[in-house]
Design a protein around this ligand. Structure first.
Ligand code: HEM
Length: 507
């Protein structure tokens, strides 16, 4: 009896695997049938077995495939059994991200799950179609350079605290190993908590602060937000909104701008706090965009949580990876220290918005860091309806994922000779013109690029200026002889396993 049951189960299982195998085999003929160059996939993970099994990051796997396609402008890959098109040629990338974006490539592939993850699926990153377009149009003024200037003092306050905390760790003329990855994650958590929630988390002094814990949890499971994290942020957001609306508090931060959007249907272009107080009344409700009439509840919370997640992780990665490269390239570090000292001498040592923005070598260092380590190493678009491009003899079926491998493009020797070397001069005023526009895009490109690019770059720059005006960094034995940081395979964003431990010496 038992034996019969077992043999039935085994037969069903074998039948199931056979059908799945036959289905995949047929699917794996997709690109061949369409005459598109492709990499030979294997059952059951297609071209991305190593990434699925956690052996290598998806961006490194894509980099290998990108190289295998040689001079071809694009090629077909299989993510498990789903065909996706990998773009190589900057000109086709431009067509997808810019020229034909509105008609064919507005959406990302990931949708989020309404029930399992009610916050993630409502944020600007995940939204699709007209909902995305409307919210994007209304949210863009949140990040103008005027708004960045308004928030600068909040950012610099935390930058100063970052330097103070390191100073406390290192006695006068002393040396200390510091985990800059954790240190900068605490700094950006404090910045974004202040700028998005108006809450002083002080995780630099208290690394176990619940905001820092929540940040760790957001990135623990890639694109899903755990229910307890959702609940935590719902409560925090509505407590802050209630307090601000009751007491008419205005700090000029992200929360204020989104409250303004919730109540009036738009964010004012004005860049001064005084004018904002006037315009945050309900007087615009009459002309409110119908889509934004429902900008409340989780729709509102979702944007703040996105700012929190996107704001702290990407910028702290950039800052700490830059410090690793500065430690590995002492001549670059000395050149940057010289620039920081010269510019700060002119302000009597005060770190101002204008001083930071005038540091052109700092800008080049950040650009080069983002080249080697784009925090979001692959971006994607989903084809909304059949796409035909005669020039490239390309037909993309509705629903196909289109992948743009930033990491691979940024390390392509055709555009960046000796790509493993850290050379900020690639981005000097003269040299930057030689880089094809769509071969370098750490913040993406086109109407769906990163809205927070200015803020992200500013946060990273402020951390470096505060650190380098008091310290030098050098490599610990762990990193000596390494040309590039090894990419941790199990994260959705770019990261390293463990910390970035560097030796900090007081200057
Ligand atoms: C160094 C820092 C940062 C990097 C490298 C970065 C990179 C990116 C990239 C590559 C994308 C996708 C763009 C595309 O698909 O074309 C993106 C989207 C986005 N980023 Fe950032 N980001 C950074 C910081 C920030 C910050 C600080 C915020 C907010 C406070 C932010 C908010 C967003 C949002 C909302 C989107 C989705 C835009 C949309 O779909 O319309 N990012 N980011």
């Amino acid at each position: 009896m038992i034996l019969t049951a077992i043999s039935v189960v085994v037969s069903i299982l074998i039948g199931f695997i056979t059908i799945a195998y036959a289905f995949c085999k047929w699917r794996y003929g997709y690109w061949r049938r369409r005459g598109v160059p492709y990499c030979e996939p294997s059952f059951p993970f297609g071209d991305v077995s190593e990434a699925f099994l956690g052996k290598r990051h998806l961006c490194c796997v894509m980099q290998d495939i990108y190289s295998k396609f040689g001079d071809k402008p694009y090629g077909g890959v299989y993510i498990c059994y789903s065909p996706a098109l990998l773009l190589k040629d900057p000109e086709i990338i431009k067509e997808v991200l810019v020229k034909d974006f509105g008609s064919h490539f507005q959406n990302r592939v990931a949708k989020g799950h309404e029930k399992l993850d009610p916050i993630m699926c409502k944020n600007l990153f995940m939204l699709r179609g007209t909902k995305w377009r409307s919210l994007r149009n209304h949210m863009s003024p949140t990040f103008t350079s005027g708004k960045m200037k308004m928030m600068f003092n909040l950012v610099q306050e935390k930058g100063q605290l970052l330097a103070d905390v390191i100073k406390r760790k290192i006695p006068e003329e002393g040396i200390q190993t510091v985990d800059f990855k954790e240190m900068l994650a605490e700094y950006t958590t404090d910045v974004i908590s202040s700028c998005a929630f108006g809450i002083e988390t002080n995780s630099l002094d208290n690394p176990n602060h619940e905001f820092r814990e929540m940040g760790r949890k957001i990135f623990h499971r890639a694109i899903f937000i755990r229910p307890e994290v959702t609940e935590f942020f719902r409560k925090v957001v509505w407590d802050v909104v209630e307090e601000r609306e009751k007491k008419k508090i205005f700090r000029g931060d992200f929360m204020d701008l989104l409250i303004q959007l919730k109540n009036t249907g738009k964010i004012e272009e004005t860049d001064s706090v005084e004018e904002k107080v006037e315009t945050s009344s309900l007087s615009y409700k009459k002309s409110m965009d119908p889509i934004l009439k429902n900008f409340k509840g989780d729709d509102f919370v979702a944007q703040i949580v996105l700012f929190f997640g996107a704001g702290f992780e990407t910028s702290s990665t950039t800052g700490s990876f830059a410090l690793f490269e500065l430690a590995a390239n002492p001549e670059v570090q000395e050149k940057l220290i010289k620039e920081v000292d010269t510019k700060l001498a002119a302000t009597g040592g005060k770190i101002t918005y204008e001083a930071v923005q005038s540091m052109s070598y700092l800008d080049m260092v950040i650009c080069e860091t983002l080249r080697k380590y784009p925090p979001l190493p692959i971006i994607d678009r989903e084809c909304m309806k059949e796409y035909r491009n005669e020039k490239y003899n390309l037909v993309i079926e509705k629903g196909t994922a289109v992948l743009i491998p930033l990491f691979a493009l940024h390390r392509d020797p055709k555009y960046f000779p000796d790509p493993e070397s850290f050379i900020p001069e690639r981005f000097s005023e003269e040299n930057v013109k030689k880089i094809p526009r769509y071969a370098y895009m750490p913040f993406g490109e086109g109407p769906r690029n990163c809205v927070g690019a200015r803020f992200g770059a500013l946060q990273s720059k402020v951390s470096l200026v505060n650190i380098l005006s008091s310290f030098r960094v050098s490599l610990t034995d762990e990193f000596k002889g390494m040309k590039s940081l090894p990419i941790y395979p199990k994260l959705f964003v770019l990261g390293v396993e463990g910390g970035i431990n560097l030796i900090a010496t007081r200057r």
